[in-house]
Design a protein around this ligand. Structure first.
Ligand code: CP
Ligand code: NVA
Length: 302
């Protein structure tokens, strides 16, 4: 199938990524209405606040009509196969977006879809979040060139997509993760190959944050990992982003978190609610990022 899909940040070249960021920041009027009279299907197998609202509003801003469906209603591989769901929806809609437990479901959708498939979060990646994250850093750090990003905590779906986006932007990447929760050796090599200015992984939050211009974290227990809660909270306990971690970063560093957040677990209240935090702007940028991605997938250029 020839449709352009967005399952991972690396479906974009570095040039595409910058184009998406520019589209995200462009006046809505300049984008035309590429989705006029068209539908976009939004399927959620997991809860959402930001992703649902930002995607629905981005579709509306491009002239289209979003249709939300809960995963259990569609019943992937229960009510009917992933492939049958996809082929049918592709006849009604101009794009299909899904939040899934298994990334392989998105890959199967992409195999048979004549319209773009968009990943709204899988256990492996969260590329729409990463677009909003680099957009926010570009705005708040005055550009991305030669900037250092730190990720502290679990190298999860959000971390993976963020790191890929930062690599494409040739940033310095510093990861701070306990043993067993970091990026694999092959993932570290891949980040370097994608263009990262440098990649370092430490088993210390303070070391990872050193000289960083942006310090990111996320929940220690992601959706679908609830049965591992006790072990994860124990293993990741030393990786809370607090004032001591932020003090290791650049003096003008910003704090970022995709949300939802757990105060006093992965981040102290003092940090997430303090002057360095950009989490609200970051969340609001989800809508602009979604609009940029949708416009790009519809072939809009500026
Ligand atoms: N950051 C994010 O994806 O939030 P939601 O789970 O609320 O969509
Ligand atoms: N890592 C989190 C992100 C939520 C937006 C999860 O997958 O639950």
């Amino acid at each position: 199938m020839s449709a352009r899909h967005f399952l991972d940040v690396t479906d974009l070249s570095a040039r595409d990524l910058n184009q998406v960021l520019d589209l995200a920041e462009a006046d809505i009027a300049k984008l035309g209405r590429p989705l006029a009279d068209k539908g976009v299907a939004l399927i959620f197998e997991k809860p959402s606040n930001r992703t649902r609202h930002s995607m629905e509003m981005a579709v509306v801003q491009l002239g289209g009509h979003p249709i939300f469906t809960r995963g259990e209603e569609v019943g992937f591989d229960e009510r009917e196969t992933v492939e049958d769901v996809t082929r049918i929806l592709a006849g009604y809609h101009h794009a299909i977006a899904a939040r899934v437990f298994a990334h392989s479901v998105l890959q199967r959708m992409a195999q048979v879809s004549s319209v773009p498939i968009i990943n709204m979060l899988s256990e492996q990646s969260h590329p729409l979040q990463a677009i909003a994250d680099v957009l926010t850093m570009r705005q708040e750090l005055g550009g991305l060139n030669n900037k250092t990003v730190a990720w502290v905590g679990d190298y999860n779906n959000v971390a993976r997509s963020l790191s890929e986006a930062c690599a494409l932007e040739r940033m310095h990447i510093r990861l701070g993760c306990p043993q067993g929760y970091g990026a694999s050796a092959s993932e570290l090599t891949r980040l370097q190959e994608l263009g990262a200015a440098s990649v370092e992984q430490h088993d210390s939050a303070v070391l990872a944050a050193k000289h960083a211009h942006a310090v990111h974290t996320d929940a220690f227990v992601s959706m679908g990992q609830e049965s591992e809660t006790e072990k994860r909270l124990h293993d990741l306990a030393e990786f809370k982003v607090d004032a001591k971690v932020m003090a290791a970063a650049d003096s003008n560093a910003i704090f970022m978190h995709c949300l939802p957040a757990h105060r006093e677990v992965e981040v102290s209240g003092e940090v997430i609610d303090g002057a360095q935090s950009r989490v609200v702007l970051q969340a609001h940028n989800r809508m602009h990022a979604a609009r940029g991605v949708l416009a790009h997938l519809m072939g809009v250029t500026i």
